[in-house]
Design a binder for this molecule. Sequence first.
Ligand code: FES
Ligand code: FE
Length: 426
Amino acid sequence: PDELRALVDLERGAIDRRVYWDEAVYRLELERIFARCWLFVAHESQVAEPGDFLTTYMGEDGVIVARDGNGAVNVFLNSCTHRGNRISLAEVGNRRRFTCNYHGWTFGLDGALVALPQEDVYRQTCPGFDPGDLGLHRARVASYKGLVFATFDEEAPSLEDYLGDYRWYLDVLLDNDEDGTEFLEGSIKSRMACNWKFPAENFAGDSYHAAWTHNSGAMAMLGMGVGKSNQENSYQINVNGHGWQFGLDMVGNAMVLGEQDIVDYLREREEKVAARLGKLRSRMVGSISSANLFPHMSFLPGQSTFRTWHPKGPKAIELHTWVLVNKSAPESLKSLYMKGVMRTFSPSGTLEMDDGDNWENSTQTNDGVVTRRQKLHYALGLDSGIQHPELKGAVHLRKYNDSNQRAFYRQWLKLMCDERAHVSRS
Ligand code: FES
Ligand code: FE
């Protein structure tokens, strides 16, 4: 723990570059963060019907997310209990059961072993053979307003506690309309050669980069620069390492999509949303903002891009991107959102290319043998904490601020120093 604590100096806002390249740090992150936290695995709209399933990752562990005949969503390892073969090679589909390609063991939608070839041979020659012990290893599952989360830690707090007051903010995204949200069909998977924490902390609180990094992209795409954002009416909030930075301009992020119809849609709905969430949160719905739910689920409210940054070693990620919209939004608007996300924050998006370049270069340079001895600067807004009559969690004034990044690393350090043995159901 002492060695870990030396990496993160939150008092002065200094971070050791080792957290971005060291293999041992990375291995510990998989154990103590990704095998313990509640991780976003699916939107309920992706597994709406019995038999619907998809495959994704929890850390580097492949998992299947499947809805069974009773309507429950199950999450279990995508690795056979016999010899470990990958069970589902498909990334998405609808099945009654999953049959392993190697010897034909067959598992139900809840992961239970339901059939195997020549079962009688096992019964005769394998003492104590019990198929009930040989189901696929299951995770705990819980959902919040359409988002399904899972954890492999039996001792993890409830999802409600894990999210805490961040739920009040999540409702801006997930509950500004009575019909809730959905993912538009399809996801995009892409790779970046960067450490997973760079994009996560960027979405948690790096408003500061936008006017600089994205200015030329915005000029090319929209014919106008990003411009410095209004600092006086803007905030960073954090809860349990989850961060959200925002202004209260209501439509700013939507304007980045360059679609006037979306801006009009948000303006038309403002009163209705205010009646539902209150005036202040209604101003957040489409505002210039970004957010990250610890550790690796990010989104841009009002701009509909929604993503997870799956770690693939200290210097690589697999990025999954979706378009999240209100279910009741008109179809014509949904396709505008889709187009807008593709143009901005997707692998072909102008603004994603800006960010990816920075994160890859930051990851690569931090590993230099001399470079790695120099600390990084995370001290912006050290004294910006305020009390606010409405906002929940830790509130900081001005979104040009490193307070959410520091909160991210505070949570990171807390989990990394937690030495209890990993607890998971067998
Ligand atoms: Fe799956 Fe043998 S490895 S049935
Ligand atoms: Fe960016």
